[in-house]
Design a protein around this ligand. Structure first.
Ligand code: GLY
Length: 393
């Protein structure tokens, strides 16, 4: 009897040590929707949630022109998509509307894609609103004004006077707006410049080992590549984790939109790089090469973005081994984010803890951040659909 009792205790201990408490995918989505329902009525000003430092319980907000303004309406649209809750839809419409100003103003940077496609893009996908469609098309034309044909890319940060023509790896995400517009009534030119931007990024910003520079600097008059540097990473040649996540996601999406095999291969190799360099606990440090590791801060946002991109890779890859690799890796990231170490639970309004925004500026370190939540709910919805389509548990 005593032997069985000891064995039972041992089993409980093994389970407790090896299994982080985790949620299944419906539980993760229920959690997100419940958090949105609880917080949305207290987000009453006309500002957009951005971050929460440790100990804060409600969002610090930014104006509509902040690069992150699209993520809160994006979260609301995604939560509505899962729940069908009309009260959430109302809030989604409310926070989407003011972003129209971005579509029709002079382009300040590549972030138009994040702002307009997460808000109006999701809204159009779910409602078919003709008004939303016209705003997205206008936004794509606005983004296209930043294209420099000499370099062959969009100028990501025209306001940055330190560099001439610059592109950042994050900009890969915003090509989706151009691809979408070219296929939904916009000009062919939008498709062509998106392809050219992706090709130039692949040539100069993706390194031979499939890591990436954060920023590429080019001569704006003759277009030649000057150098790769960092802005938000540890060093020019280190690997900023979120940059790698933006890139693998952006190249997977570019393959979906073009069928160009080189984009798929680039995305897969970038994903392999990301997976192979993950630390034991499964969530990346903010930069894979910070010498302070293991005492460096984590970046849950990089994990959420990468998980969503890897689920797209799962769907696009033909090879069975590759499919398994990306599905398993994405599930592991989502599962780890869904553990008590990373979920904020009732600590604050966000879904997740432990993201890092701009470490070199000592800004937003180990905080809750709105885009981590956006890509967490997006990845969870993608995983749910994949499981349903393939009758997976
Ligand atoms: N796109 C800006 C960032 O990832 O922080």
């Amino acid at each position: 009897m005593k032997k069985y009792f000891l064995l039972a205790i041992l089993l409980v201990l093994i389970v407790a040590c090896t299994n982080q408490p985790s949620l299944n995918i419906n539980q993760a989505l229920d959690y997100c929707v419940a958090k949105v329902q609880k917080s949305m009525n207290s987000i009453t000003d006309e500002k957009y949630p951005r971050n929460m430092e440790n100990g804060q319980t409600s969002w610090n907000s930014k104006g509509v022109r902040s690069w992150t303004s699209g993520f809160w309406p994006g979260i609301l649209w995604r939560a509505y998509e899962y729940s069908g809750d009309e009260a959430i839809r109302k809030q989604a419409e409310r926070f989407t509307g003011p972003i129209q100003i971005i579509a029709n103003s002079k382009a300040r940077n590549h972030d138009i894609g994040f702002m307009v496609f997460c808000s109006f893009g999701n809204g159009y996908r779910l409602t078919g609103s003709e008004e939303y469609k016209q705003i997205i098309l206008a936004a794509a034309d606005t983004l296209a004004t930043l294209f420099n044909p000499k370099v062959g890319t969009i100028h990501s940060w025209p306001g940055n006077k330190e560099y001439q023509h610059n592109i950042i790896i994050d900009n890969m995400m915003n090509l989706e707006l151009l691809f979408w517009a070219s296929k939904n009534g916009g000009k062919q030119y939008l498709y062509d410049i998106a392809v050219k931007h992706a090709e130039t990024t692949m040539q100069y910003i993706v390194r031979p080992d499939y890591g990436t520079y954060h920023v590429g600097i080019f001569d704006s008059t003759d277009g030649h590549f000057i150098k790769g540097v960092t802005h938000q990473g540890y060093a020019d040649d280190s690997q900023w984790a979120r940059g790698q996540a933006w890139g693998l996601y952006g190249f997977a999406m570019s393959y979906r939109e073009t069928g160009k095999k080189e984009f798929l291969e680039t995305s897969q190799k970038m994903a392999d790089y990301f997976i192979d360099r993950l630390p034991k606990d499964g969530i990346p440090y903010w930069d894979f090469d910070d010498p302070k590791i293991p005492d460096a801060p984590k970046d849950a946002s990089a994990a959420a973005i990468a998980a969503s991109g890897m689920l797209e890779l799962y769907q696009l890859s033909a090879d069975a081994a590759a499919k398994t690799r990306y599905l398993n890796a994405a599930q592991a990231l989502i599962k780890r984010l869904s553990s008590t170490d990373y979920l904020s639970r009732d600590k604050n309004m966000a879904f997740l803890l432990h993201s890092t925004g701009h470490h070199p500026k000592n800004s937003e370190i180990d905080v809750s951040i709105i885009y981590a939540d956006y890509y967490f709910i997006e990845a969870s919805l993608r995983l749910k659909k994949i499981k349903e389509q393939n009758s997976l548990k």
